[in-house]
Design a protein around this ligand. Structure first.
Ligand SMILES: Cc1cc2nc3c(=O)[nH]c(=O)nc-3n(C[C@H](O)[C@H](O)[C@H](O)COP(=O)(O)OP(=O)(O)OC[C@H]3O[C@@H](n4cnc5c(N)ncnc54)[C@H](O)[C@@H]3O)c2cc1C
Length: 431
């Protein structure tokens, strides 16, 4: 039977494995295996909400093993270490517990088609001190760690500091969508915690949003949206510092390239993404930012039996640009990979579909304060949407993901439960 191995159960990986599992795995037409370093999936665009406690991980995490049993695929937890292309096997690193004790040895899994969707890591641009002193939002564990840190700092500052002279200074480097949304989430957390009796003065929190280019959301070409977001940040009191390049991060703040020192109690680094450095050790051709170079069919340029999609793939477009690292891209590419593999299974000489990026829109959700975005950007420049309607469209992306993973009825039930939970439980999860 044809063996399809998918490494990475993220935004795109979960959609392809669910589709192939139901269509091929359940009908005994192929053996589908999902590999992920974690045992559960949380949709990555929600990680900033997880970091502040706005999101309940209990209700939004999906257990890979349970989902696999229900959806016609097999799950193997492990970290991709290498690909043995001669033997057509993926090699997983030994699995260890929190104390470093080995639970499982190195494992090998056979494949006929291998699909890589292991996402990206935040780009530190080799700047000194970033890895040591900054927090990141690449992994669920990092978001949970950040949640504990933020909560502890609020407790500490509210009790010990003179708010006339001192602030809880949190700096966010990178004013892309993640940085902007995180800045707003921080204000939402402070306001809500105040309501729960935390002794947080109105002006205790100072958020610095630092951006090397000359505006917020530098990769968004809709200037009116960038301006609307800029105004909202100003209303929240976020200190937006554009044209500011960080040259070093220290334990108590950051140095800029023009010699300024920005004192910071906590730095969240969200200055863009790049491929995992490990990808360039797999024997596949990679781009300068460590992403796997693929043809528009999403096949590796080195090996046609290996596909890559989403944040870990460098996929060229007709105009010479690369497909941007976004949730919608990962989903669309993953679904195309699924279709292409099915075509190859029927006819190894089949001509494959090619990925063409169509921007369906971009939405910036500034927590409970404001949502703004552009819908169907690929059609005549799209349509600007604001407020409740924008928030609804924004959350629709997650709803669609839930339906893809759980089916319509189960997906709708989960959404209802989520809605009920929002009504019943505190706005922020405190434990
Ligand atoms: C805070 C935040 C907010 C965002 N908001 C938006 C948004 O509003 N809209 C939007 O379009 N995009 C958004 N993004 C970007 C979006 O999340 C990514 O583009 C998308 O998740 C990429 O999907 P993917 O399937 O390629 O990888 P991911 O979703 O990152 O999944 C990768 C998977 O691979 C696993 N993995 C990693 N390394 C290994 C390994 N070595 N071995 C095995 N498994 C491994 C991981 O555990 C993970 O499950 C946001 C990102 C962040 C961090």
């Amino acid at each position: 039977m044809t063996k399809i191995v998918i490494v990475g159960g993220g935004a795109g990986g979960m959609e392809i494995v669910t589709k192939l599992g139901r269509k091929l795995g359940k009908r005994g037409k192929a053996e589908i295996t999902l590999v992920d370093r974690c045992d559960h999936h949380i949709w990555k665009p929600l990680l900033h909400e997880l970091a502040t406690g706005s999101l309940d991980e209990g209700l939004n995490a999906l257990d890979y093993r349970v989902h696999a049993a229900q959806s016609g695929y097999r799950f193997e937890q492990g970290l991709l270490r290498a690909i043995d292309r001669g033997a057509k096997q993926v090699v997983l690193a030994p699995m260890k517990d929190d104390q470093g004790k080995e639970i499982l040895p190195e494992r090998r899994i056979d494949y006929d088609y291998l699909v890589l969707g292991i996402g990206a890591v935040t780009n530190d641009f080799g700047i000194s001190g970033v890895q040591e002193h900054c927090d990141f939002l690449d992994l669920t564990e990092e978001a949970m760690l950040l949640r504990r840190k933020i909560r502890n700092r609020f407790l500490q500052y509210a009790k010990e500091h003179n708010v006339e002279t001192e602030h809880f200074q949190i700096s966010i480097v990178g004013a892309g969508a993640t940085g902007v949304e995180m800045a707003a989430e921080m204000h939402h957390a402070a306001n809500t915690l105040r309501g729960y009796g935390y002794a947080i003065q109105e002006d205790l929190l100072q958020v610095n949003l630092i951006e090397a280019s000359n505006r917020v959301l530098p990769r968004l070409d809709k200037l009116h949206i960038c301006e609307a977001v800029g105004r909202e940040l100003e209303k929240l009191g976020v200190n937006v510092m554009t044209n500011t390049r960080i040259s070093e991060v220290k334990p108590d703040g950051m140095l800029t390239s023009d010699g300024q020192f920005i004192p910071s109690d906590m730095v969240i680094w969200s200055a863009g993404v790049k491929g995992h450095p490990m990808l360039s050790t797999l024997g596949l051709e990679t781009s300068s930012s460590d992403q796997i170079l693929v043809h528009p069919s999403c096949q590796s340029v080195t090996d046609p039996a290996i596909f890559a999609f989403g944040d870990c793939a460098a996929c060229p477009q007709e105009d010479g640009s690369w497909v941007p690292p976004r949730g919608q891209t990962a989903r669309q590419m993953a679904l195309l990979v699924g279709k292409n593999i099915q075509k190859l299974m029927e006819d190894p000489g089949a001509s494959l579909g090619e990925y063409v990026y169509r921007d369906l829109g971009a939405f910036i959700n500034m927590s409970r304060f404001h949502t703004v975005g552009n819908l169907l950007s690929c059609v005549g420049g799209g349509m600007t949407v604001k407020g409740k309607l924008a928030r609804w469209v924004y959350t629709t992306l997650y709803r669609r993901h839930l339906i893809a993973l759980h089916g319509v009825w189960r997906g709708l039930l989960l959404m209802t439960l989520n809605g009920l939970q929002r009504l019943m439980r505190p706005e922020l999860k405190l434990h």
